[in-house]
Design a protein around this ligand. Structure first.
Ligand SMILES: [Zn+2]
Length: 232
């Protein structure tokens, strides 16, 4: 989330309703694939990355050579390998691993309160919250842990909460071809809570609905009811 005074930003209790009239029937496999294929960026060496951290330490006003900081560049680069492991992973491959026929199950599958730990692409600071992911299967279901993996893979990349919400829904839509997908993420952005407007209580909610969740308000209501009370 960028600065709150951005023109397209709502009020502090932002409800970013990203669901709109798009149903994805027009989203081709190609455009989904294109989105998820990482551009070929040549990675700098570990030494270069560590040197960049030393520069930032000095920029912050500290001495990179003092005892407490001497190992920090190595620690930070290792931490980055974890924070951004999602660039090396393909969420579609994850979903394709285990799907099977639905076997008569015709109701909503919902995972509530999936932990989200991501980083915003504007400030590279944490976005912390939870995701609720639901789909209505037609003929394919996946192991539940795979839905959480899709969230995790997208979270371990730099992005905005809005794009993460849409990307998760699109991936499930594309691989499982369900009757509909609903994704909601509620998260605190440290770029808003610890800097900028410094509003510690603000939570951003983004929602993306497709198929029956978008077109049939009964399904939308079921999703909303079942995720309500999350965190209690
Ligand atoms: Zn930010």
């Amino acid at each position: 989330m960028d600065d709150i005074n951005r023109k397209d930003q709502g009020p502090l209790s932002t409800l970013t309703q990203t669901a709109s009239a798009n149903t994805f029937s027009n989203v081709s496999a190609l455009s989904v694939k294109k989105q998820q294929t990482r551009p070929k960026i040549e990675r700098p060496s570990r030494e270069k990355a560590e040197e960049a951290v030393r520069t930032l330490l000095a920029w912050a006003g500290d001495d990179p050579d003092r005892e407490g900081l001497i190992e920090t560049p190595a620690r930070v680069t290792r931490a980055y390998e974890e924070f951004f492991a999602g660039y090396e992973e393909d969420p579609e491959v994850e979903l394709k691993k285990t799907f099977e026929q639905v076997g008569g199950y015709s109701h909503m599958v919902l995972l509530r309160d999936i932990a989200v730990a991501s980083h915003c692409e504007h400030h590279m600071v944490p976005i912390l919250g939870k995701a609720h992911v639901a789909y209505l299967p037609t003929n394919k279901v996946v192991g539940l842990s795979k839905l959480a993996r899709v969230v995790e893979i997208f979270a371990r990349r730099l992005q905005t909460q809005e794009t993460m919400t849409v990307d998760i829904a699109r991936t499930i839509e594309h691989v499982l071809e369900p009757a509909g997908v609903a994704v909601q993420i509620e998260a605190a952005h440290q770029c808003m809570t610890t800097r900028g407007i410094r509003n510690p209580g603000v939570v951003t909610i983004t929602t993306h609905l497709t198929g029956v969740f978008l077109n049939d308000e009964r399904w939308e209501r079921r999703f909303a009811e079942q995720i309500r009370g999350s965190g209690t």
